[in-house]
Design a protein around this ligand. Sequence first.
Ligand code: G6Q
Length: 544
Amino acid sequence: MSDRIAPLASRPAWKALQQHAETIRPQQLRDLFKSDPERGVRFTAEAGGIFLDYSKNRITDETLKLLMDLAAQSGLKQRLEAMFTGQKINTTENRAVLHVALRAPKSESIIVDGEDVVPAVHAVLDKMSTFAGRIRSGEWKGHTGKRIRNVVNIGIGGSDLGPVMAYEALKHYSQRDLTFRFVSNVDGTDFAEAVQDLNPDETLFLVASKTFTTLETMTNAHTARDWSLAGLGGDESAVARHFVAISTNADAVAKFGIDTANMFEFWDWVGGRYSMDSAIGLSTMIAIGPDNFRALLAGFHAMDVHFRTTPFEKNLPVLLGLLTVWYTDFFDAQTVAILPYEQYLKRFPAYLQQLTMESNGKHVTLSGEHLTTQTGPIYWGEPGTNGQHSFYQLIHQGTRLIPCDFIGFYKTLNPLGRHHDILMANVFAQAEALAFGKTAAEVSAEGVPEVLVPHKVFEGNRPSNTILADALTPETLGQLIALYEHSVFTQGVIWSIDSFDQWGVELGKVLAQKIIGELESPTQPTLAHDTSTTNLIHLYRSHK
Ligand code: G6Q
């Protein structure tokens, strides 16, 4: 399909945007608001209770029109239909990309390789629900007859970041007499600290790995197995009560010693970073319960429907995605700051880093040509208001343009005096300050000595989106994640890249495998590296 789409630089809308950007760059948000007082109400969109104010962006109606043209000329509609209907749009891995099937209602049918995948999705969800119910009620007993009190998810990348983020985000809804820990790093400290206060006979490990071959996860899983058995008297049959697997690889699961009856399946058409709503979300489901998990899925699905059916001008993921392309390619913006004003979303920026950067950090098109434009920006961020007291200085007065996404809620889950009004006042104030700043004349008028005026000027014209929702519920979280998933998709379509592979993580893995042998070799290994790597290996070997 991509073959029918002209290269980015020769799409008419792209060329028009290049010219148009010249006229927009000198314009000030201050003036754009003055000349169009309705702008702050007009440049907004809403989907299922998620409200987006994108008026504080350096755009006009013409910009939006051209960006919509670009989406059309890039085949966005066709590409998203291809995704939703199970076509193999992940061409470098010859796979369908069907995270949307993970949240499709039972009544839908999505065919991959001649088979409807929706019934299998619901069968796994039902199996997860039964299991989660048994853990939550205490019916599932450990090897020594005690109920499970601790759940440790072992996984990395897509098999970790989603579960950790969702657990933190939805802690308010979690069963508080269960303890959740997440082990990802191959650094033994991660495992050691995660279990140091846990009792093996009350601890269940969820080994989450799509491939069940990932070095870090398998190393941690074996260590967990040893730790469990050591604490449970060494009886191998204990494994069945204390380990379950989440994987696509039944053979490797069986080999590890986990009964495949205790395996929760998913499929190769679910990418790791798009898998938190598959069985990879088992820890989430145990924490918040099956009903809340289904509400999370319903939120994802609502945004899927919005993305698929809403005209692009009112389509939240499309707007967010196109604005990101606008700043990345026409304003030389290198990054996007994600600034949730919600403590429970503290891991949301980290989660989005993988989703966005592993997806769109690509330098060639689907057909392998080197791109001449910038692609995936660097996503980063921290919850407000903490960030205001550290890096916001650079966003307000630094030399770089950093588009920001502010995320806030009308209601807090922890109403405490004035806290929430104070928190939300900061959202609105920051976005206002970034956009409109403070001129030298305004600073002088306050009696500031001349010499200090330049230091106290806020140039403004710094763009942001404000995303608001009622309260952080499971459903809202699903909507928010799907919003960014589809924004990433939109960007990838414009850049004609494969947002669903991740070849860039391979080389380091392969080299590490070789170097592990060199570090562990009892005799001096013959090294064939560059002189720097060789020297570092020698140093390590002599000091370890
Ligand atoms: C995500 C990536 C990657 C993956 C991890 C873990 O899209 O593919 O982050 O999730 O490498 O892989 P396994 O689940 O196979 O252990």
